[in-house]
Design a protein around this ligand. Structure first.
Ligand code: MG
Length: 187
């Protein structure tokens, strides 16, 4: 009888040693509620507003969605599993820490970030005037250029979600060796 292929999920260690795809896609989603009296941080940037985003950490909805997209791309544990809200260690934590830990896992798995694309959905404040600054900060954190960070902001038309901020993010990872080889071939 012909052997059937083993389709059981692999551990992260097995993934890093098995034949890896040249690229991987990841998707992340997050939402937080606005609360008065706390600072607002989006994409690692502090924005002037009368309310901030609640949450156990600093509530940075965009960095959380990017972190989950990175972890999803390597089929890793999600942000809640790595940094549980029940752990007092993460109370008020800078979400940059979460993103950096996810990025470390991405690199350990043999990948680097190609580009990301994000959509923010919130009634206020307007993101347009801050978009360049947010893109630059996210690019710096991910080690890519600003033109590899897409950022769109939408208002929640018809959703009745005026008191929430939502982020959707997709990320493309490229195998590190594959990129090096391509650079070599293009010389
Ligand atoms: Mg969150």
């Amino acid at each position: 009888m012909a052997k059937t292929k083993d389709r059981r999920p692999k551990t992260q260690a097995q993934l890093t040693t098995s034949k890896q795809p040249r690229s991987r896609i990841g998707y992340g989603f997050d939402s937080h509620e606005f609360r008065p009296g706390i600072p607002l941080k989006i994409g690692g940037i502090s924005l002037q507003h009368d309310r901030g985003l609640g949450g156990h950490s600093d509530g940075d909805v965009l960095l959380h969605a990017i972190t989950d997209a990175l972890l999803g791309a390597i089929a890793g544990p999600d942000i809640g599993a790595l940094f549980p809200p029940s752990d007092p260690k993460w109370k008020g934590a800078d979400s940059v820490i979460f993103l950096q830990q996810a990025l470390k896992r991405v690199r350990e798995a043999g990948y680097s970030v190609g580009n990301i694309d994000a959509s923010l959905i919130l009634a206020a404040p307007k993101i347009g005037p801050h978009a360049m600054k947010i893109r630059a900060r996210v690019a710096e954190l991910l080690g890519i250029s600003s033109d590899c960070v897409g950022l769109k902001a939408k208002t929640p038309e018809g959703l009745k979600l005026e008191n929430a901020a939502i982020a959707h993010v997709v990320v493309l990872l490229e195998k590190i060796a594959a990129r090096k080889n391509r650079a070599h071939r293009n010389r």
